[in-house]
Design a protein around this ligand. Structure first.
Ligand code: GLN
Length: 442
């Protein structure tokens, strides 16, 4: 793992910080010795894991890809990371991300762009681009990312690995730095669906520190069965790169060969998903980012003549362009006089969109679709044009808004040799079905 990191990370730049190597090596040796001595250890003891830099691990940096938290060190450990540690995993470092999760390419990191391991001049997807690249290069077998509107699934697709967004609440958000609290989900990135399921099982479940965490511990190893698979028409438009549509059709044919039923389905509200997402997510983000004022934690501008000026200067320096854009958009959409028109309207349509998914899942066990309209684009290609960047999220935000589980599995490459990922989604709480479907189709 360290050899691969030393060889690969100077080019790919997946990590923003590394844990103490001597300590990790000592822990790994200890695992080996204890196993050799016949001691019973947790099944995955000694497996290395990388963790996105918006998930707290005590004593390690927690930058969220932002200058405002550049020198911030986490004072406590998130539930997800703690459960990983309890399972014997070795946290080797923190991975790069778009600032606070704002982006689809990891170019909005204040520190460095991460490169796609399959083509170094291309983006790895985002915002968990560091985690996806770390797994795709073999620097680590497992990583944690976070998915507010696609940030685990889309980089998984672009880097050719598995990424899973569990049902909202399946994994505790305690110790995850909030972007949009009603959408934020922690999710695994791994080489196979089985691995993603094992990692999810290790860290999921009720947590008294997160009131939205789900009480049950769903078994993600239910036996595979013949499923009813739906393909939503709205995800198969001209906007989608032809090779990706072909990959969906190939997977559908494979499902038919397995004896599954495959049918088209229509989800007309898909059209509104991007609008709802960028209103809701920005309103919540603007509210969550209000805590970075130069007072409580993070960067504080020195030498300001008064209080207001201190806050102003701290934020001006600390936040990048995309964070500022979201704060302005969210503050506007939630402001008096505009709230009904934008935020409240968006939340109403969000509910309808959830209902539309629920209705589809009366006829289908899982839905199969693209996760991104294109494969990885060139670094710099879309960064000057936020609207074009937002449009890339068209297939990933609907599942996030509905809080349903969605899995991305790799499915070959396009004509340029870039990885294609496919998305399988299921009803809220139906994580096991989605995993089973992924296992059958991967
Ligand atoms: N690309 C989306 C955004 O910029 C989703 C990001 C995420 O899931 N964190 O908001």
């Amino acid at each position: 793992s360290f050899d691969t990191i030393d060889k690969t990370d100077p080019q790919v730049k997946a990590f923003v910080s590394y844990a103490d190597r001597d300590l990790l090596l000592a822990q790994a040796r200890q695992v080996d010795e204890q196993r050799a001595a016949g001691k019973e250890l947790p099944r995955f003891a000694g497996v290395p894991i990388a963790i996105k830099d918006n998930i707290a691990v005590k004593g390690q940096p927690l930058t969220c890809g932002s200058r405002i938290l550049e020198n911030y060190v986490a004072p406590y450990t998130s539930t997800a990371a703690q459960r990983a540690l309890d399972g014997g995993l070795l946290i080797v470092g923190k991975t790069n991300m778009d600032e606070f999760g704002f982006g689809s390419s990891t170019e909005n990191s204040a520190f460095q762009p991460t490169r796609n391991p399959h083509a170094l001049d291309r983006i790895p997807g985002g915002s968990s681009g560091g985690s996806a690249a770390a797994v795709a290069t073999g620097m680590v077998p497992w990583a944690l990312g976070t998915d507010t509107g696609g940030s685990v699934r889309q980089p998984a697709a672009m880097c050719g690995v598995v990424g899973f967004r569990p049902t909202y609440g399946r994994i505790s958000r305690y110790g995850l730095v909030a972007f949009a609290s009603s959408l934020d989900v922690i999710g695994p990135l791994a080489g196979t669906v089985e691995d993603a399921a094992c990692l999810t099982e290790m860290i999921m479940g009720r947590d008294p520190r997160d009131s939205t965490s789900l009480p049950d511990r769903a078994d993600l190893h239910s036996a595979p069965k013949k499923m009813r698979l739906g393909i939503p028409d709205e995800y198969m438009s001209e906007a989608c790169q032809p090779e990706i549509q072909e990959a969906v059709q190939r997977a559908a044919q494979y499902a038919r060969d397995l004896g599954w039923t495959v049918d088209r389905v229509s989800l007309p509200l898909t059209e509104y998903a991007l609008y709802i997402y960028y209103v809701v997510a920005s309103v919540e983000a603007a509210s969550n980012l209000a805590r970075y004022d130069g007072v409580k934690y993070g960067y504080r501008a020195a030498g300001a003549p008064n209080w207001d000026e201190m806050i102003d200067r701290s934020r001006t320096y600390g936040f990048g362009a995309e964070a500022k854009r979201r704060i302005m958009l969210g503050t506007f959409a939630a402001s008096a006089g505009y709230q009904d028109k934008f935020y409240l309207n968006a939340t109403k349509v969000r509910r309808k969109l959830s209902d539309e998914f629920a209705a589809a899942f009366r006829d289908f066990d899982v839905l199969l679709s693209p996760i991104s309209p294109t494969t990885a684009w060139k670094i710099g290609e879309k960064i000057e044009d936020p609207m074009t960047m937002y449009l890339q999220d068209i297939y990933s935000v609907p599942a996030a808004l509905a809080g349903i589980p969605a899995l991305v599995i790799p499915s070959g490459t396009d004509n340029a040799g870039l990885p294609i990922g496919l998305q399988l989604s299921g009803p809220r709480g139906g994580d096991a079905n989605v995993i089973a479907a992924g296992r059958a189709l991967e």
